[in-house]
Design a protein around this ligand. Sequence first.
Ligand SMILES: Cc1cc2nc3c(=O)[nH]c(=O)nc-3n(C[C@H](O)[C@H](O)[C@H](O)COP(=O)(O)OP(=O)(O)OC[C@H]3O[C@@H](n4cnc5c(N)ncnc54)[C@H](O)[C@@H]3O)c2cc1C
Length: 404
Amino acid sequence: MMQEGRPVPVLFKEKKDCCACCACMNACPKDAIKMQEDECGFLYPVIDPQQCIRCGKCQKACAYQNIKETNTPFQTWVAVSKEETIVMNAASGGVFSALATGYFKEGGFVSGAVFDKDFTLYHIITEQSKFLSKLRGSKYTQSSIGYVLREIKKKLLENKQVLFCGTPCQVAGLKSYLGKEYANLLTIDLICHGVPSNRSFKDYIHHFEKKNNIQVKSFTFRDKQVGWGKNGSIITQSGKRYKLFETAQSYFYYFAYSIIMRENCYTCKYACSHRPGDLTIGDYWGIQKEHPELLNKQNLDESKGVSVIIVNTQKGVSALQKYGCELRLYESSFEKAARGNAQLNKPTAHQPKREDVLSLYAKAGWEAVDDKFQNEIGIKKYSGFVKSLIPRDLKRVLKRFIKN
Ligand SMILES: Cc1cc2nc3c(=O)[nH]c(=O)nc-3n(C[C@H](O)[C@H](O)[C@H](O)COP(=O)(O)OP(=O)(O)OC[C@H]3O[C@@H](n4cnc5c(N)ncnc54)[C@H](O)[C@@H]3O)c2cc1C
């Protein structure tokens, strides 16, 4: 019922106060909130004043502004899937796939991010294991949550087991929308250094197609055949493969150097040890330094990807005990993992170039951004390709030599 005399709620005052977790939109009993793109394609909630009944449920559901995370890590693991094909197709060590496989086997539901044919990224919830290959792998652009939070709640109320994986702000949004603990929900948050808008990624792909006169069939942000890092690849409709080196691709470069992230990512409150998920997963950067014994004695191959798992709750402990059998697990510590992983300590730094690049994008599109990038990068663009030619052992020796 309309709460007479009350103003339409203000969902956020500044862009840095909204992460697009969609908790407000899902909480609205009148569907009066829609997500709208700004000039760079970042999504923000907008309330239709005609439909809004001023109940304030949207404001209450906002975890980003209301809730302070208090979890602290009590276990940290080095982890790699026992199945090599999973590791090769996952962004890190394939932890997500191991847990999701366990859920699918038991008739549970899994929620994560998938691309459609036009590279729109959005969250789904499914009990069908055939979607695992689409769910697997990091997509370095913002996933649209849509109304998936309502679907998750429905499954939870039907007593189904649900596994949710997303960025920490998405996990916090889900929990805040639900408003209470559900024993049948397990949440995994990703260590995250920020998200560019999905529109900018799609515009990059379309520009790549135009420039090379091809049609992209599939895209991977991390192609392990090139090693574990920020290099990806494209397969075209005609079967041709393009390797994408971070130093030569505008979108990769601007993502890796945090130049085109969403405004709130630069003040992200989850980039620390207080994480919203039952489990936190990410790359175990610095594994060579922190656990050389695993590379030498346990034969872990860091060129294929190694994960870190941080256990934040008792539920996380139980889940790892139950589903961890698909993983090779070695004990580590939060301090060790955080030494090589900046986003376990603080948010990514705001880059002075951000406004230049994004205002150019808003005015003239990705083509102009790409032209600017290609002009500025010069011959440095070949460095990724050259690095990929150096054998792994030689790389280790060179790194040690440079440090000394
Ligand atoms: C935008 C982004 C930035 C990241 N930044 C870092 C970082 O700075 N440091 C670090 O250590 N790790 C980072 N990661 C996490 C890392 O890339 C891996 O996703 C993570 O280690 C899990 O790897 P995996 O092999 O276990 O699973 P994978 O098989 O790679 O599965 C990843 C899971 O994440 C979900 N997912 C993929 N893309 C998105 C997305 N855009 N939004 C929400 N959910 C998504 C998938 O649905 C799947 O459930 C980032 C991930 C993303 C999506």
